[in-house]
Design a protein around this ligand. Structure first.
Ligand SMILES: [Zn+2]
Length: 404
C-alpha cells in the first residue's frame, strides 16, 4: 500500500503509510502524520512541541468484503503561540467518532437501498453505529427546517402502533417536505412548532386541517391572519360516519326481519360514490330498495351526494349558496343527525369555503402517512423516538422507508 493510494481510498490527507497487517479477517493500516505537518487544534499554529499522544483506531471503507481499520497515533502537542496543550485534529473523522468520513458516506449510500440491519451486517459494525450515522446525517439535513419559506401547510395527526400513540405532522404543501413532527395530538403537540414559527417570522398564507377544535385554536393563536382551510375529505368522511350511524340506528329500530335484512348489507353501498356502484352485483337496486324503505336514510343519502358539490363550484359565491342551500334542506328534513351536521357546517363555513381562496387539503399527508406505516412494518417502533421523528422529517426523500 502506498501513501497516495491510502489517501485516495480513505481520505487520509496529510498522513503517510507506515505498515499493514492482516489479522482476524481484518486489514489494518498503520498511518502517521509527519511532525512538520502537526498543527495546534486551538489556533492552527505549526509552532508546536509533541507531548505524548494516544493510539486510536478508525473503521474505514472495506476492501472487497474485508473490514479495514486505520491505526493512528494522535499526538498531543504544546503550542508555543497560544500556550495550550491539545490533541491534534484527526482530519479524516469527526470528533469522537470511531469511523472515517468516507466510511460514513459509504454507509449512507448503502442505506439508500438497504435496511440498517443489512448495512450493519455488511460492514460488520453494530446496528447502533449505522443508526448513529443516519441520525447525524438526517439531523444535518432536516434537523432545522427553514420555516421562513413556508407558505402553505397541512397538519394532521397520525396513529402509531396499536396503542394510542399519535404524532402530529406538519407538511409543507409547496415542497412536499415534512417540516415538523410533534408528540401526541392537539394544540399541545403543535406548541413547539408555533414557537419556532414566531421566531422565524414565517409568512404562512394558508393551512389545511380537519375541523378539530384543537387545530382551530392552534391556528388562531399561532398563525393570525392566515386562511384556515378545512380539509374537504375530512368533512365528507365525518358525514359518512354519521350516515353509517344513522343506518345502524334505523336497523336497530326496524320493525320487521325483512326491513332489517334489506338494511343490513347497505352500509358500504351508502358510502360508495354512486358512479362506483357495481352493476353486475345489482348494487344500485339493493341500495334503492333500502332507500325506498326508509325516508330518513334516503334524505341523508341524497344529501351525502350533494355535499360533494360544495367543492366543485366555479367560485366562492356560488359555493356559499350551495352550502347554505344544503343546510336549509338538512334542517327541513327534521332528522336530528342532519340538523346537527347542518350546524357543524354553519359553524365552519369560512374554513370550508376557504378552499376557494386556497384549494389545498390534507390529502398529501396521506402519502406521508403510508410511508410512516411502512417504516413501522420494517420492525422499527419506539426504540429511539427522536430518531424515528428524524426519519419522518427526511421521509419525502425516500422511495421506500428503510429503517429496521
Ligand atoms: Zn495554538
Amino acid at each position: 500500500m502506498s501513501t497516495t493510494l491510502l489517501y485516495r481510498a480513505f481520505g487520509t490527507v496529510g498522513y503517510r503509510y507506515v505498515r499493514q497487517s492482516f489479522k482476524g479477517g481484518h486489514v489494518t493500516f498503520t498511518i502517521d502524520k509527519p511532525r512538520e505537518r502537526l498543527r495546534c487544534s486551538n489556533c492552527g499554529s505549526g509552532d508546536v512541541w509533541v507531548q505524548g499522544g494516544i493510539e486510536r483506531s478508525f473503521r474505514a471503507v472495506p476492501i472487497g468484503s474485508k473490514p479495514v481499520i486505520l491505526k493512528v497515533k494522535v499526538p498531543r502537542v504544546r503550542c508555543f503561540s497560544c500556550d495550550k496543550v491539545r490533541q491534534v485534529k484527526v482530519g479524516f473523522a469527526d470528533p469522537r467518532k470511531h469511523y472515517t468520513r468516507s466510511f460514513e458516506s459509504y454507509a449512507l449510500d448503502l442505506s439508500r437501498s438497504m435496511t440498517i440491519k443489512d448495512v450493519a451486517a455488511h460492514l460488520q459494525v453494530s446496528w447502533d453505529t449505522i443508526k448513529d450515522i443516519q441520525a447525524r446525517s438526517l439531523k444535518r439535513r432536516f434537523g432545522k427546517p427553514n420555516q421562513h419559506k413556508l407558505r402553505q401547510i397541512a397538519i394532521d395527526e397520525i396513529a402509531i402502533g396499536k396503542g394510542h400513540h399519535y404524532l402530529t405532522v406538519v407538511l409543507d404543501l409547496v415542497s412536499g417536505a415534512v417540516v415538523f413532527v410533534g408528540d401526541g395530538k392537539g394544540a399541545e403537540a403543535l406548541e413547539p412548532f408555533g414557537r419556532r414559527l414566531r421566531a422565524s417570522r414565517a409568512k404562512i398564507r394558508a393551512v389545511a386541517t380537519d375541523m378539530g377544535k384543537a387545530y382551530i385554536r392552534a391556528v388562531r393563536d399561532n398563525l393570525p391572519g392566515v386562511v384556515h382551510v378545512f380539509d374537504h375529505f375530512h368533512v365528507i368522511k365525518l358525514f359518512n360516519d354519521k350516515l353509517s350511524a344513522l343506518r345502524r340506528e334505523l336497523y336497530n329500530q326496524a320493525s320487521s326481519d325483512r326491513q332489517r335484512k334489506i338494511l343490513k348489507g347497505t352500509r358500504w353501498l351508502l358510502l360508495k360514490n354512486p358512479e362506483n356502484l357495481d352493476k353486475d352485483r345489482n348494487e344500485r337496486q339493493r341500495l334503492d330498495r333500502a332507500l325506498t324503505l326508509n325516508l330518513p336514510l334516503t334524505t341523508a343519502y341524497y344529501l351525502k351526494e350533494d355535499l360533494r358539490q360544495i367543492w366543485s363550484q366555479p367560485n366562492k359565491r356560488t359555493a356559499r349558496r350551495v352550502l347554505r342551500d344544503w343546510q336549509a334542506r338538512a334542517r327541513a328534513s327534521g332528522i336530528r343527525m342532519l340538523l346537527q351536521f347542518a350546524n357543524t357546517l354553519e359553524e365552519h363555513e369560512e374554513g370550508i369555503l376557504g378552499y376557494y381562496d386556497y384549494p389545498i387539503s390534507t390529502g398529501p399527508l396521506e402519502g406521508t402517512n403510508t410511508k410512516i406505516q411502512a417504516m413501522k412494518r420494517q420492525g422499527y417502533g419506539f426504540r429511539d423516538r427522536d430518531f424515528y421523528k428524524l426519519k419522518i422529517l427526511g421521509i419525502h426523500e425516500t422511495k421506500h422507508a428503510l429503517v429496521g
